[in-house]
Ligand binder design. Structure first.
Ligand code: ASP
Length: 449
C-alpha cells in the first residue's frame, strides 16, 4: 500500500515527528501550567492558537469518515459476497470476523472496566475541559440524546441515510452501506459494476486524503497536547501511562492467549509453529503499522510457511487486511472507554454493548493504514458525547500502539486463514509447506488495498 506514506514530507519518518510533537507539546504545556498557569495570555494562546490548530486536524478526520466507511464496507461486502469467488468461504470469513472481533473488543472493554485507567483526574479540571468542548459535543450527540434500550437497536436502521450521515450516526451509515453492498452483489448489471468501480475510486481517494491529513498529525499532536497539559498539568501523564499499559495488556491477552486457543482447537496447529512461520508478516506489520502494506508478506507467509491453500489465503487475508482487524477493534473500545472515564462520561451497559458493536463495524470500516482507525474513533467519541479532542491525548503515543495493534490485526488474518483453510481442506498442518508448495503460484496477485 504505497498510497499512505509512513514518512513525512521531509526525510524524518512521520512517527518520529509525531513523537517530537508529543514531547514538545507536553513539555511546553506542563511548563506553562507550572510556571504561568494563571496568566491570562496563556488562556488566549490556548483559545486562539493551539485549540484551533487541533480542531482543524479533527475536522479533517471527520470530513472523510462517511465516504471512507461507506466505500470500505460496500467493497468489503462485494468481495465477500461475489458468488463466483468463494461464497462459502465468504460466509465462514464473515462469521470468523464477527466472532473473533467480538472476543477482542470484549477483552478490551473488560480490561478498561477493571483497571479504570481514566479514573482519578481532578473533577474540576475535567469539568473545565468538558466546558471548552461541550457545545460541539452536545451538538454532535444531540441526535442520540434520550435514546435507550430498544431505540438503540431500532436506530441501527436509518430512516434517512443522508440525515444519518449528516448527523454523524455512524452505525446507521454502516447498516446502509452493508445493505447497499449486498444488493450490489446480488444484482450484477453494467450499472452495479460501474457503481462498484466508482466506489473503489472513492475508497482510493479516501486513502490518499488520510495520507495527507496524517502528515499534519505532528503539528496537531503538539497543539492538542499543549492545550490539554497547559490546562491539566502533570496528572494527565500518569493517566496516559496507565492507558498504554491497559491497551498493551489487552492486546497481549488476545494475541498470546486467544489466538493460540483458536489455533489449537479449530486450526489444529501448534501455536509455536504458527508464530515461527508467521514471523516475517508479523514483523512487517510491526514496522509498517499497516495491514495493507503487510498484505503481500501476509499472503506469502500464509501459503508458504503455514500451508494454507492459496485460494483460501488470498480470499481471507486480502479481505482481512481491511475487514478483519482484531487489534484495531480492541483498541477502539479501550480508547472510547478510557476517554469516557477521563471526561467523566457515564456509559451504561447497553451503551457499552452499543460501543462493542460500533467497534466491530468500525474495525471493518477502518482502513489498513497507519492511523486508519483514528477517524472512526473520533466519530464514535462524538456519538457518545465524549469530547473528540480527547483523541489528542492518545495521538502522541499512538505510533507504538498502532504497531502493536497492527501485529494483532495481521496475526488475526493468518489465524483465520489457517482455521478456514483447515475447515475447507482438512489438510492444513504446521508442516504443510510441501503440500502448499503445489498450489503456490503468485501469492501476491490481486491484493486490494
Ligand atoms: N494501522 C492499523 C492497520 O493497518 C489500522 C489502525 O488501527 O489504525 O491495521
Amino acid at each position: 500500500m504505497s498510497d499512505i506514506s509512513v514518512t513525512g514530507a521531509g526525510r524524518m519518518p512521520l512517527h518520529t515527528k509525531m513523537l517530537i510533537g508529543f514531547v514538545v507539546g507536553t513539555v511546553a504545556g506542563i511548563a506553562a501550567n507550572l510556571l504561568v498557569g494563571d496568566a491570562p495570555w496563556l488562556d488566549t494562546l490556548v483559545t486562539y492558537v493551539t485549540d484551533p490548530v487541533g480542531q482543524l486536524f479533527l475536522r479533517l478526520l471527520f470530513m472523510i469518515v462517511v465516504p471512507l466507511v461507506f466505500s470500505a464496507l460496500v467493497l468489503g461486502v462485494v468481495e465477500i459476497g461475489d458468488p463466483a469467488s468463494l461464497g462459502r468461504i465468504g460466509i465462514k470469513t464473515l462469521l470468523w470476523v464477527l466472532l473473533v472481533t467480538s472476543i477482542a473488543v470484549t477483552i478490551g472493554l473488560v480490561m478498561v472496566n477493571v483497571v479504570r485507567p481514566g479514573i482519578g483526574l481532578d473533577p474540576t479540571l475535567v469539568a473545565g475541559l468538558m466546558e471548552q468542548s461541550s457545545a460541539r459535543a452536545t451538538e454532535i450527540s444531540a441526535a442520540r440524546e434520550g435514546v435507550s434500550g430498544l431505540d438503540v437497536l431500532l436506530n441501527i436502521v436509518p430512516r434517512n441515510p443522508v440525515q444519518a450521515a449528516a448527523s454523524g450516526d455512524l452505525i446507521a451509515v454502516m447498516f446502509f452501506a452493508l445493505m447497499f453492498g449486498i444488493a450490489a452483489t446480488v444484482l450484477r448489471t453494467d450499472g452495479t459494476r460501474s457503481f462498484v468501480a466508482a466506489t473503489q475510486g472513492v475508497y482510493d481517494i479516501c486513502l490518499k486524503l488520510i495520507g495527507w491529513i496524517i502528515a499534519l498529525a505532528p503539528y496537531a499532536v503538539a497543539a492538542l497536547l499543549f492545550s490539554i497539559t497547559a490546562r491539566l498539568g502533570l496528572p494527565m501523564l500518569w493517566m496516559l501511562a496507565k492507558f498504554v499499559g491497559t491497551a498493551l495488556a489487552a492486546l497481549g491477552i488476545h494475541f498470546f492467549i486467544v489466538f493460540p486457543i483458536l489455533l489449537w482447537t479449530l486450526g489444529r496447529m501448534s501455536p509455536l509453529a504458527f508464530f515461527r512461520g508467521a514471523q516475517p508478516a508479523l514483523l512487517t506489520a510491526f514496522s509498517t503499522s499497516s495491514s495493507s502494506a503487510s498484505l503481500p508478506t501476509t499472503l506469502k507467509v500464509a501459503v508458504d510457511n503455514l500451508g494454507v491453500p492459496r485460494r483460501v489465503a488470498r480470499f481471507v487475508c486480502t479481505l482481512g487486511a481491511t475487514a478483519n482487524m482484531n487489534g484495531t477493534a480492541l483498541f477502539e473500545g479501550v480508547v472510547v472507554l478510557f476517554l469516557a472515564q477521563l471526561f467523566g462520561v457515564d456509559l451504561s451497559l447497553p451503551q457499552q454493548v452499543m460501543i462493542l458493536m460500533l467497534c466491530i463495524f468500525g474495525s471493518i470500516g477502518a482502513a489498513g493504514v497507519p492511523g486508519g482507525s483514528l477517524p472512526v474513533i473520533a466519530m464514535i467519541l462524538a456519538m457518545f458525547g465524549i469530547p473528540p479532542e480527547g483523541i489528542g491525548i492518545i495521538l502522541g503515543v499512538d505510533r507504538l500502539l498502532d504497531m502493536c495493534r497492527t501485529v494483532v490485526n495481521v496475526g488475526g488474518d493468518m489465524v483465520g486463514s489457517v482455521v478456514i483453510g483447515r475447515s475447507e481442506e482438512g489438510v492444513v498442518d504446521s508442516d504443510a509447506a510441501s503440500l502448499a508448495g503445489s498450489t503456490v503460484g503468485d501469492p501476491l496477485a490481486t491484493p486490494r488495498a
